[in-house]
Design a protein around this ligand. Structure first.
Ligand SMILES: Nc1ncnc2c1ncn2[C@@H]1O[C@H](COP(=O)(O)OP(=O)(O)O)[C@@H](O)[C@H]1O
Ligand SMILES: [Mg+2]
Length: 465
């Protein structure tokens, strides 16, 4: 089970990004709970469905549940003993009950409840992933630091001699007091133990990761940086940064051009401040991303570059390290994905691939099309393996596999511009500089020899001007 906490300044898109993330997890097959600890009940607004205290299924997305922590109601349950005691003490001293109740409203009560609820949901065993939409920065920090703070006071309080407790009670009420009785001590001890367990769950890097959500603005980045430091000091693992509301590169006008410039500067700060952390980019959309349809689109965009288990196929065994560095999780030899040595291949092979990029064609393509999962696409952009294709229509009809031929010279300019812009922004390859080498024109014959000898890899750029 994994827990992902989304936090950041108010209004940066925590609820939106949490919802899109939860949809992506659910679509990927994980039993996912989207839960908000923010008293502003916004996940119902964003999803467009009713949400209450207990997890309810979100219609239209299999594997997705949503819940809104009912901080008030739950707090009354867990705090009632202790509160009853305090109210009793105060009332016995002649204070009006209503006034006493008011006095015993504890600051941080909502955070306490949120922590306990998270733990309850995590321990239920009903979910593989819990995506948490937290309250804005300050409250989240209070939430995460709470068990330490409470622990500090409670240990002193519980361990203190009666005499001291009486004087604390007296100082609270302004009247000579009595010490807390055994029930109160038990309740306090239990609550403390639960809070500590909840904290342990959230501080366990194998289970919980914090994701900072921010917008590309200097003040927001500065706050996120402080939050990052504070979280790290408290021992919480920050696992990713999501930059939301980036302006798309093609929207026009002087106003937007200047705004984009500011965003670019802020992005430089983001990259400097969060080195080593994955940085996800989410574009500003023209309409509010509300409802399952728009959130799903956002989810696909957000994780398209990051979410896949990439298997690389190569005929060059010495390229393993390089391919791993570029992001391949697994590397297979060319023969493993080829039907070159199979005289009568079956029309369908076990479905392995969610999708494939094929720059070889021929026997490789024949294998890929037969082993792509239902609804998956094979994009074809090369034919060194041959221009012939041996196969049946079965994968296309029975599995709805798509074969996408990639052509560049016949692609309309607006489509190209759109794709280039995305390749330069949200889909920008992480290791672009390592993919290509630049050689002078005179060195080209050597490169061609290497290519013919099957020793070339990556791309070769020849500057002509
Ligand atoms: N990428 C985006 N493009 C356009 N509007 C967005 C985007 N992300 C969030 N919004 C809008 O910004 C507002 C604040 O987002 P929200 O997720 O509620 O922020 P938070 O939870 O951090 O307060 C909402 O109206 C939301 O629809
Ligand atoms: Mg919110």
């Amino acid at each position: 089970m994994r827990i992902a906490l989304h936090t950041g300044k108010g209004g940066v898109g925590k609820t939106t990004i949490s919802a899109a993330t939860a949809i992506a997890c659910a679509m990927g097959g994980a039993r996912t709970l989207l839960v908000s600890t923010d008293p502003a009940h916004s996940i119902a607004d964003v999803l467009g469905v009713a949400v209450d205290g207990d997890p309810t299924e979100v219609p239209g997305v299999p594997n997705l549940w949503a819940a809104q922590v009912d901080t008030r109601g739950r707090f009354e349950q867990s705090w009632s003993h202790i509160r009853g005691y305090l109210v009793g003490v105060l009332a016995a001293r002649g204070m009006a009950e209503v006034q006493a109740e008011e006095l015993t409203v504890l600051p941080g009560a909502e955070e306490i409840v949120a922590l306990l609820e998270l733990r309850r949901l995590a321990e239920s065993g009903d979910f593989d992933a819990i995506i948490v939409d937290c309250a804005p920065t300050g409250e989240t920090l209070r939430l995460l630091a709470l068990p330490e703070t409470i622990g500090f006071y409670a240990q002193r309080l519980l361990g203190a001699p009666q005499r001291v407790l009486r004087s604390i009670a007296a100082s609270l009420t302004g009247l000579p007091g009595s010490a807390p009785n055994a029930t109160v001590r038990d309740a306090l001890g239990e609550l403390l133990a639960e809070l500590m367990a909840a904290r342990a769950l959230l501080a366990d890097p194998a289970i919980t990761g914090v994701r900072l959500v921010l917008t590309p603005e200097r003040m927001v980045v500065a706050e996120a940086r402080r939050l990052f430091t504070a979280l790290s000091l408290h021992g919480f693992r920050v696992e990713a940064v999501t930059v939301n509301r980036l302006l798309p590169p093609h929207v026009g006008g002087e106003f937007l051009r200047r705004q984009r410039e500011g965003q670019r500067e802020a992005m430089t700060q983001v990259e400097e401040s969060f080195q080593g952390l994955p940085i996800r980019r989410v574009l500003q959309t023209p309409v509010e991303p509300i409802g399952l349809q728009r959130l799903s689109e956002m989810a696909v965009d957000m994780f398209a570059a990051a979410g896949y288990h990439v298997v690389a196929v190569t005929g060059k065994a010495d390229q393993r390290d390089w391919l791993t560095h570029l992001g391949a999780a697994e590397i297979l030899p060319r023969e493993a994905v080829s039907l070159a040595d199979t005289p009568n291949p079956r029309p369908l092979l076990p479905a392995k691939w969610a999708g494939a990029l094929d720059n070889v064609g021929g026997a490789t393509l024949e294998a890929l099309v037969r082993s792509t999962q239902t609804g998956g696409n094979v994009a074809l952009c090369g034919l060194v393996g041959g221009a012939d294709y041996r196969g049946t229509v079965m994968p296309f009809i029975l599995r709805g596999v798509g074969l996408l031929g990639i052509t560049s010279s016949n692609t309309a300019m607006p489509v190209r511009q759109h794709l280039w812009q995305r390749l330069a922004t949200d889909l920008r390859p992480r290791h672009l500089a390592d993919v290509a080498r630049t050689v002078p024109l005179e060195a080209l014959p050597d490169e061609i020899d290497r290519m013919l000898a099957g020793q070339a890899f990556g791309r070769v750029v020849v500057p002509l001007a």
